[in-house]
Design a protein around this ligand. Structure first.
Ligand SMILES: [Zn+2]
Length: 299
């Protein structure tokens, strides 16, 4: 079965540099490789080298295509370089702070000039509501450029930040799927991806999906958020999401990020087993593992 991964982080040298600058200050001259080393992760090297490493990793696991997320605002060029080198294998996503003064221009540039396909919003990190007028304006840019909007709702933690001991002043109340649907419903041509089934705001994410036909879920990560819901098993999450959003609105993802761990095969295995356990038809599995990705991002 063809396999596409809708959620991988492209942890470029710039990503590590920016974390190093935040932790040690811009004057400290902390290199990307030293920050990666502090995390116990492999150095990223230049973007084209990292892209090649990803290709080898995907090949090893028979993954055809992957979405690569530029995971800090300002790192669009790294993912753009990877996509430009391997346009049939990678789809480019980019993190953006919707409250930044240049947010709209950045988004326009990323879609129109860099060939990136999906803008990633982290409202809990940057502290704004998903029905804010600045988010509406971003949806307008996405609509113009046939872009996709990814909005991280619910519980948010960023492994690199916690491992470096960086203080994260996230306000997870901003990651409200219902505020997202209030905005998204006015943009019927803009597909929206809510990762990890809403990451704890599962009930709200389901209601948002029921209200708004453009809302998709990605299945990525170990979905540890289920610990917040007594008695909930991931199989039940899949069953409920399929019952409400349907098979056309789930995208398989792993949330793979750093090397040497590489592609998280274990996530794929677990989710494949769950689909079998709940008796999902093979047509449903095909949509989740590749078909929906292709509908959003082309063949
Ligand atoms: Zn992620």
């Amino acid at each position: 079965m063809t396999l596409h991964d809708a959620h991988c982080h492209f942890l470029s040298s710039r990503f590590y540099e920016m974390l190093g600058r935040e932790k040690y200050g811009p004057e400290a001259g902390m290199t990307a490789d030293r920050v990666a080393g502090e995390l116990g992760w492999d150095p990223a090297g230049p973007a084209d080298v990292l892209a090649q490493r990803w290709i080898a990793e995907l090949d090893r696991h028979h993954v055809s295509r992957a979405a690569l997320i530029a995971s800090v605002p300002g790192d669009e060029d790294s993912v753009a370089a990877a996509v430009a080198r391997h346009p049939t294998r990678f789809v480019g996503y980019f993190a953006l702070n919707a409250t930044a003064p240049d947010a709209l221009e950045r988004a326009r540039h990323a879609f129109a000039d860099l060939g990136l396909r999906c803008v990633c919003l982290f409202p809990a990190m940057h502290r704004y509501r998903l029905d804010d007028e600045r988010v509406v304006a971003l949806f307008e840019v996405a609509a113009t450029h046939r872009g996709v909007v990814f909005a991280h709702c619910g519980y948010l933690s960023i492994e690199a930040r916690s491992r470096l001991g960086l203080r994260s002043t996230f306000d997870i109340r901003f990651g409200d799927p219902l505020a997202l649907s209030a905005t998204a419903v006015s943009f019927p041509t803009v597909p929206v991806i809510v990762p990890h089934f809403g990451s704890g705001f599962f009930r709200e994410a389901l209601m948002a999906a029921e209200t708004c036909a453009t809302i998709h879920f990605d299945t990525s990560s170990s979905n540890n958020w289920i610990k917040f819901v007594p008695g909930l098993a991931l199989s039940e999450v899949f069953r409920r999401a399929l019952a409400i959003a349907g098979p056309d609105r789930l995208l398989f993802g792993t949330d793979s990020s750093f090397f040497p761990r590489g592609w998280r095969k274990v996530i794929h295995g677990a989710q494949q087993a769950i689909l079998e356990e709940i008796g999902a038809e093979s047509a449903t599995a095909r949509k989740i593992f590749s078909g929906n990705f292709e509908r959003l991002f082309g063949n």
